[in-house]
Ligand binder design. Structure first.
Ligand SMILES: Cc1ncc(COP(=O)(O)O)c(C=O)c1O
Length: 398
């Protein structure tokens, strides 16, 4: 049977993430993946969490196994607020918080609450494909703005806001952006708020990597600089505890979250109680900042190892990158070519997976001469080996 005629217009032309598609081809255990966005699993606190889960199921089975409240288990909300308070992203006087099944769900439901068909969202281009695809399902237009070494171009942003009707919000990942790894300067964050106010649009600030700084100085969140209640903040426990536990949160003015909460009720009723309880207990028993510090140190080492090998094996002067100060991604541009796909394909033959830049673009059909590397999930040895092989391919094809 042919099903295309049954699909809704909004999903018919959608493409899944090529990264997820690549995962399917990566059943081969010999492939070294620099393609995903997985945190380092060698540091997962598996023993601690298994004891905690066992204890919860023994002592509070009803709480863990029964339906919970849509906005989240109250103590889990406190944990999310505690994380947000570290970056002044929670305004106790007007904000509310909802625990989400990953930040992904928070971003999706925020978009669902704000977007009508035909509205527009201004995004960094390139940006996180999960969010871009979420916005696409609401049949809105995406207006891409280039990303510079210090974050989204503010001239580009003003042009986008001036020349497009129906912009509802700006979506930004200002710190250790996915996929570029760059961090927006303080001046640009202030300017973004000025422009959002001037053109009366909201800002959705997505900050899953903010805790993972291993060099340089912290920059205040946009939410912390917001005096008007214009910023909706998405946080996540995926990169600081475990992505499989699916714990994220949205913080915004309570009037906005009232609507988002109804959408979550429709969507999945609530985030699983067991993982919420596990996170609460973990944060009570252990110092999560110590655990994050270990991750940061490891990512600093892995990033340095990747760059050291890039300098050694990449053809000189043919690949440009910005050294990240945190997060998990490194973004490379090859100015002497127009399409990186032959490099990506040849790398897969050599059993190394990388992601072509077109995946993260607003216009995914346009060729890209860029690619994204992830340094958090492979071991140091595998990073060195993968970059040696990638360097060989780049030397041959550039
Ligand atoms: C920029 C960005 N936002 C959100 C997410 C999703 O996070 P979560 O696992 O909390 O859904 C990711 C995951 O890779 C991401 O890179």
């Amino acid at each position: 049977m042919e099903y295309t005629e049954f699909f809704a217009d909004r999903v018919r032309s959608m493409q899944g993430s090529a990264i997820r598609e690549m995962f399917k081809r990566m059943a081969d255990p010999e492939i070294i993946s620099l393609a995903g966005g997985n945190p380092a699993s060698e540091l997962f606190p598996g023993d601690e969490l298994s004891k905690i889960a066992g204890k919860i199921l023994m002592t509070s089975p009803t709480l863990a196994l029964q339906y919970g409240t849509t906005d989240g288990y109250p103590k889990m909300k406190e944990c999310a607020i505690a994380r947000a308070n570290k970056v002044n992203a929670y305004n106790a006087e007007r904000d509310a918080v909802i625990i989400m099944t990953g930040a992904n769900q928070g971003i999706d439901l925020t978009a669902k609450a704000l977007l009508n068909k035909g509205d527009k969202v201004v995004v960094e281009s390139p940006s996180f494909i999960g969010s871009l695809n979420a916005f696409r399902t609401y049949e809105c237009g995406l207006v891409g703005v280039t990303v510079e070494d210090d974050g989204m171009s503010m001239e580009g942003l003003e042009d986008a806001l001036k020349n497009n009707d129906g912009v509802k919000f700006i979506y930004t990942i200002p710190t250790f952006q996915n996929p570029t790894g760059v961090t927006m300067s303080l001046e640009k964050r202030k300017r973004m708020l000025e422009l959002a106010s001037k053109y009366n649009v909201m800002i959705l600030e997505d900050n899953p990597y903010g805790d993972l700084r291993f060099a340089g100085e912290d920059v205040p969140t946009i939410k912390s600089l917001d005096t008007e209640g214009r910023v909706i903040y998405a946080g996540s426990f995926s990169k600081i505890l475990s992505p499989g536990m699916r714990l994220g949160y949205i913080i915004a003015d309570a009037k906005i979250l009232e609507k988002v909460e109804i959408l979550k009720q429709v969507n999945d009723v609530h985030t699983p109680m067991l993982t919420q309880l596990m996170c609460v207990e973990f944060m009570k028993k252990y110092n999560i900042d110590d655990y994050i510090a270990k991750n940061r140190e490891l990512y600093g080492k892995k990033c340095a190892c990747m760059i050291e090998n890039m300098e050694k094996y990449f053809p000189k002067g043919k690949v440009r990158w910005v050294t990240p100060e945190g997060g998990i991604f490194l973004w490379c541009e090859c100015p002497t070519i127009t399409d990186i796909n032959p490099v990506v394909d040849k790398c897969l033959e050599k059993k190394v997976a990388i992601v072509p830049g077109s995946n993260f673009a607003v216009d995914m059909s346009a060729p890209s001469n860029m690619f994204r590397l992830n340094y958090s999930s492979a071991t140091l040895e595998n990073i060195a080996e993968a970059i040696r092989r990638l360097g060989g391919v780049l030397t041959e094809l550039l």
